[in-house]
Ligand binder design. Structure first.
Ligand code: SF4
Length: 291
């Protein structure tokens, strides 16, 4: 029989709860790999969170109540870590001119860059100039771009854009947003890709499917329409970072922050990301922070 004071102690002393602690950024990847195979991750692979009330406070806040996802120090930290992860990334679409990049970007809608890069080398060999495209009918182009999907609309857009570039812009792709948006098949995303990647002009932020998803996961954007997301991002990301930021987020979306089952355990942004659909977490998750 235990003495009464020991019995009481067993009843009332709180047991220690193991909290998933956020590793420092420098050691994040290695530790998370260990964590992935160890006790911090559930055997089912389901998301595991630190117990309620024991979470680290989100970066950029003194109290959980004061948490501001757009706090300048949090934004700087996100940009710093993206620079560490993706220091020299550029556009993945193969191209050697503004026109080729414009065509490749139109073809990339609802397709993958890999798929487009399979098609464009032969396409640009067959039709080496914008004038060569302008001389086609959409039906003539269709077989060449069929494998990128939505080939009828894409053929119409490419041929229509070529005719307009030749007729109204002297065969040169215009280098401002207003004129680019007059081309068939060109919306802000395509215009931003061409302006940013070829002309190095930051008129906006490219919002493709990856930027759309990850901006919302990281709580950099609340809206769900691409144009509003772009405005959200333009407000919080410094202009000199607009071009690189979009490339980095697109690469992050391909490599780690994939749509289904993001690889959070390997992600350098993990302890400043509160996405609702994380697969592993050392910080509290926010139900509105989702793709
Ligand atoms: S922690 Fe997960 S959800 Fe957040 S950015 Fe990284 S991969 Fe995406």
């Amino acid at each position: 029989m235990w003495p009464p004071f020991l019995f009481c102690r067993r009843l009332f002393v709180r047991r220690d709860v193991r909290v998933a602690r956020a590793p420092s950024p420098a050691k994040a990847t290695g530790r998370r790999k260990n964590a992935a195979s160890g006790a911090s991750r559930g055997s089912t692979g389901q998301t595991q969170q630190a117990p309620k009330g024991r979470n680290r406070l989100p970066a950029g806040s003194k109290t959980a109540k004061a948490y501001n996802p757009l706090a300048p120090d949090r934004i700087s930290e996100i940009l710093k870590r993206l620079d560490q992860l993706y220091p020299d990334v550029t556009c993945a679409l193969t191209h050697t001119s503004a026109w080729e990049l414009l065509v490749a970007t139109i073809l990339s809608a609802q397709s993958t860059d890999v798929n487009v890069n399979r098609v464009t080398p032969e396409l640009f060999r067959k039709y080496p100039t914008v004038e060569a495209f302008a001389a086609l009918s959409p039906e003539q182009l269709e077989p060449d771009v069929r494998s990128t999907g939505f080939f009828r609309n894409k053929s119409k857009s490419v041929v229509g854009a070529a005719k307009k570039v030749v007729a109204e812009f002297g065969g040169q792709v215009p280098l401002n947003m207003a004129e680019l948006l007059t081309l068939p098949g060109v919306a802000r995303k395509t215009a931003n890709v061409v302006l940013g990647s070829w002309f190095k002009i930051a008129e906006g932020v490219v919002v493709d499917t990856h930027v759309h998803r990850i901006s919302r996961r990281l709580e950099l954007a609340k809206n769900s329409e691409p144009q509003k997301i772009e405005q959200d991002l333009m407000r919080v990301i410094p202009r000199e970072k607009w071009i690189l930021f979009a490339h980095q987020i697109i690469w992050h979306g391909r490599k780690l922050c994939i749509a289904r089952k993001p690889k959070c355990v390997d992600c350098l942004l993990e302890n400043i990301c509160h996405a609702a659909d994380k697969t592993w977490s050392t910080v509290e998750m926010h139900k509105n922070a989702k793709a």
